[in-house]
Design a protein around this ligand. Structure first.
Ligand code: NDP
Length: 412
């Protein structure tokens, strides 16, 4: 994607901020991935401000019980499961209410197309790609939690954002922080954007110790509470790799202007450095409800029930360089981004297979990055060309998954 399109997007959003009215009418909102960690946090905020939001559609994959409870509690118009197997359970849980129930991919796309002013894109993994793109095509506001969309199909995604006039609001804490720290009048003067990383549960573990890490160890994140896939991504620092790619597509910088610093307290989320030496950053407690609230209320601010920062009590904030030897994922991601040939699609797909294999105890934690590297190598051997359409992306994603699965037994 051209730098011009990226710049246009961030500047258009900032310009809209300047022109926006000071108060908002009640907004119609939909949540894709309502039953997940981000989805539940979003509903928690909406529930605290019931007069500001009307819930249109809530979606999940298979958790019919929670989806039905959420739909009833928030008086949603529609509840949709991506997996049709749960439709009977959903219908029965919603019987006697006014909430419509539906299931399957078509129903999911119909839910996305139902008019809403703001849509939270919080389906996990590349399963979120089609529905999120559809939400973008609607041309309203899309709060983007699903980073895999940009990793897997960044150019296509951002071109769709530009052509639809959709306002894209980053939800990932680092990107929300970057969005808040970018001066729209001085985006040309940005020299560097640094994302912070907690370092995950294995920050102080040796390479030998990391080989013995179990899913339970990896799921025990020191600062953030997230879904399983993202928690494992945080433990390998692949999450930071995915976020670097995400930052490239969201912000007006080149790959070499992106960096990572390990910050175990997860209080400073992103640092934007300007040509005059100023560094702007956003700080908040590690609670996703702050960046979600920012995207939900944008361009205003809303109250969020998060712990307030007491810097005197915290005392000190620590920063250290990432260790590329024990945690190669961020470097792999930047190399894939620079290759600009579809490697990020392969990296994302192989990582999803590898995380699943680790969670099912088929491979050890270090084998996640090995499988990703092996898959990238295998795909490149057969010749890799940059996907031009969504179908190209989905075909490359499927091929990468097949290759990653076939390479898995070598690592078991
Ligand atoms: P969770 O695993 O907690 O939730 C995922 C949601 O997606 C659930 O509602 C799930 O439904 C639904 N889902 C899963 N598979 C499918 C599918 N095939 N089709 C349709 N829906 C599906 O994930 P998180 O909330 O942690 O993360 C969501 C996204 O947000 C990820 O891309 C993540 O990287 C990103 N993100 C998350 C943050 C966090 O703090 N959690 C922070 C920043 C970004 P069901 O419950 O039925 O399985």
């Amino acid at each position: 994607m051209s730098e011009a399109i990226q710049r246009e997007n961030i500047l258009a959003t900032a310009a809209a901020y300047a022109k926006s009215p000071t108060s908002q009418a009640q907004r119609r909102v939909s949540i894709l991935g309502a039953t997940g960690s981000v989805g539940c946090s979003t509903l928690d905020l909406i529930g605290r401000h019931p007069n500001r939001y009307d819930v249109v559609a809530l979606t999940a994959n298979s958790n019919a019980e929670l989806l039905a409870k959420q739909a009833i509690a928030h008086d949603a118009e529609l509840a949709v499961l991506a997996d049709p197997a749960g439709l009977d359970e959903l219908k029965s849980a919603l019987s006697g209410t006014s909430v419509e129930a539906a299931a399957g991919q078509e129903a999911l796309m119909e839910a996305v197309a139902r008019p809403a002013d703001w849509t939270m894109a919080a389906i996990v993994g590349s399963a979120g790609l089609r529905p999120t793109l559809e939400a973008v095509r609607q041309g309203k506001s899309v709060a983007l939690a699903n980073k895999e969309c940009l990793v897997s199909a960044g150019d296509i995604f951002m071109e769709t954002v530009a052509s639809s006039g959709t306002r894209l609001l980053p939800v990932d804490s680092e990107h929300s922080a970057g969005f808040q720290s970018i001066d729209p009048n001085a985006s040309d003067a940005i020299e560097k954007i640094t994302l912070t990383a907690s370092g995950g549960p294995f920050r102080t573990w040796t390479r030998e110790q990391i080989k013995t890490a179990t899913p339970e160890d990896a799921l025990n994140h020191p600062t953030w509470s997230m879904g399983d896939k993202l928690t494992i991504d945080s433990a390998t620092l692949m999450n930071k790799g995915l976020e670097l790619i995400e930052a490239f597509f969201l912000f007006p910088v080149e790959p070499d202007q992106l960096g990572v610093v390990v910050h175990p307290q997860s209080i400073v989320h992103c640092l934007v450095e300007y040509s005059d030496g100023s560094v702007l950053a956003q700080l908040s407690s590690p609670d996703m409800r702050t960046p979600i609230a920012y995207s939900l209320a944008w361009p205003e601010r809303m109250w969020a029930p998060t712990e307030r920062l007491d810097l005197a009590k915290i005392g000190s904030l620590d920063f250290e360089a990432p260790d590329n030897d024990r945690f190669p994922a961020p470097r792999m991601a930047i190399e894939a981004l620079k290759a600009n040939n579809g490697s990020t699609t392969v990296l994302n797909a192989a990582n999803e297979i590898a995380v699943d294999a680790f969670l099912n105890r088929r491979i050890g934690l270090p084998s996640i990055c090995t499988l990703v590297a092996d898959t990238l190598e295998a795909v490149a051997r057969d010749g890799l060309t940059k996907p031009k359409t969504l179908d190209d992306v989905l075909a490359l994603d499927a091929l990468s998954r097949t290759l990653a699965r076939s390479l898995l037994p070598e690592l078991v």
